[in-house]
Design a protein around this ligand. Structure first.
Ligand code: GDP
Ligand code: MN
Length: 403
């Protein structure tokens, strides 16, 4: 999930990184109000999830209210390479001496992290890396070692933030690393990190633009990053679940399906459709939801919330293969979610893999009237379909038997 600049700034600020004063405004009226607070000169910056907004004319330094008004009118309706501008950031204009580029990203090739920096900020780093590879400094951070102050100082010295204070540069690198780690980011980029001249003549580094991507798989650990939900995206169940980092697709059946691993979830959908056919009822899956490898308790809670938000769901089929996370932990997550969310819809759980038997035993021991267990995928699907059929036609459908 990519953040807008105004959202990314919040995370930088939380890490202690200096940013110019700025206010996000959704429309013209708010923007003019924001300008009253920020003062002049100011920078009007279109908010779109894409780089080189400056080149596209969506970043304008303004010196008067009239210029600001014109810039806002110009930028708000813009669309940059197909990315609609969603409001503007009204920022205090800074007197830039030098611009640097710094980023921390996940290096998928060797499961480590990559710190990239160059003193030629402002421009596109991809172009620079291509034309002048020597100007781009790289540093690897492995999973085990931490990026401590000494490493940050070495990096800052290597980049040669000429004109800027090396200690301050190193501190910002460390704060970026903290920001990266605590938010489970896959990218934290500051471009430009600018050495600006303050009214008293001293200079200080400020993050003038930020780009942050959050790792989708870690959404569960951050309350689904709800605060970063895109107001532009329509508020559908699907959009909400996807914003929370889940691989959720809404279908038009009655049985909510939750599993880990796309293959297992696909098989579960088929098993539900087959069980529906077998009893001659048009009962199918209400959704596809793959909670991924981790299958943690929070993931389970979030998934159940997403699935039960769909009013068509009459029963739930949970099909989990215990890997790193044992089925016992998943079982506890299910029980916790049932209590917290007050779920009354019948649920049928099938476990396989790590601590499957223990997980099922945990569920049975809880004696929840709506939580049922099954030994196989087909049996679980059959039961879940029977519950859904019963809910649809309470009088005629046979009560499902427990495995
Ligand atoms: P991007 O083009 O999408 O990366 O947007 P940026 O936020 O990086 O802005 C583009 C350029 O606008 C920066 O590289 C700066 O040169 C310039 N800029 C941004 N903020 C300020 C500011 O406060 N003062 C001045 N003078 N220029 C700014
Ligand atoms: Mn930029």
């Amino acid at each position: 999930m990519d953040l807008y600049e105004y959202q990314a700034r919040e995370l930088l600020q939380e890490a202690g990184i200096p940013t110019p004063d700025a206010i996000y405004a959704a429309d013209k009226q708010q923007a003019m109000q924001a300008l009253e607070h920020i003062g002049l000169p100011a920078v009007i910056k279109g908010q779109a999830k894409i780089g080189h907004r400056g080149q596209a004319g969506a970043v304008k330094v303004v010196k008067t209210r009239e210029e600001a008004s014109a810039a806002i009118d110009h930028i708000l309706p813009m669309s940059i390479d197909g990315h609609a501008v969603n409001g503007v950031l009204v920022a205090e204009a800074m007197n830039i001496r030098d611009e640097y580029y710094v980023s921390i990203s996940v290096d998928r090739t060797n499961r480590s992290f990559c710190v990239l920096a160059t003193s030629a900020g402002g421009t596109e780093v991809e172009t620079l890396a291509h034309d002048h590879p020597e100007a781009v400094k790289r540093m690897q951070i492995t999973m085990l070692e931490n990026f401590d102050h000494a490493a940050a100082v070495r990096m800052a010295e290597a980049i040669a933030f000429e004109g800027a204070d090396i200690e301050q540069a190193a501190t910002i690198l460390e704060q970026m690393w903290q920001c990266f780690v605590t938010n489970d980011a896959t990218l934290v980029e500051i471009n430009p990190l600018a050495n600006v001249e303050l009214p008293d003549g001293s200079t200080q580094l400020y993050a003038l633009d930020a780009k942050i991507s959050l790792g989708g798989n870690a959404a569960f650990r951050h309350d689904g990053w709800k605060r970063f939900e895109d107001p532009v995206v329509s508020d559908t169940l699907e959009a909400r679940a996807q914003a929370a980092g889940m691989h959720y697709v809404q279908l038009d059946g009655q049985v909510g399906v939750i599993g880990n691993g796309a293959g297992l979830v696909m098989s579960s959908l088929d098993a539900v459709a087959f069980a529906g056919d077998a009893i001659g009822q048009p009962i199918t899956a209400a959704n596809f939801l793959d909670i991924g490898g981790g299958a943690s308790a929070e993931a389970m809670s979030r998934s159940l919330k997403a699935v039960t938000a769909n009013p068509s769901v009459k029963s739930i089929f949970i099909n989990v293969y215990g890997g790193i996370t044992s089925c016992e932990i998943v079982a506890e997550g299910i029980l916790q979610a049932v209590d917290e969310l007050g779920i009354t819809v019948p649920m049928v759980v099938r476990f396989d893999g790590n601590a499957a038997a223990e997980g099922l035993a945990t569920l049975e021991a809880a004696h929840k009237t709506n939580v049922h267990v099954a030994a196989t995928m087909d049996e679980a699907a059959r039961q879940a379909v029977a519950f859904a059929a019963q809910a649809a036609t309470p009088a005629s459908a046979p009560a499902p038997t427990q495995a």
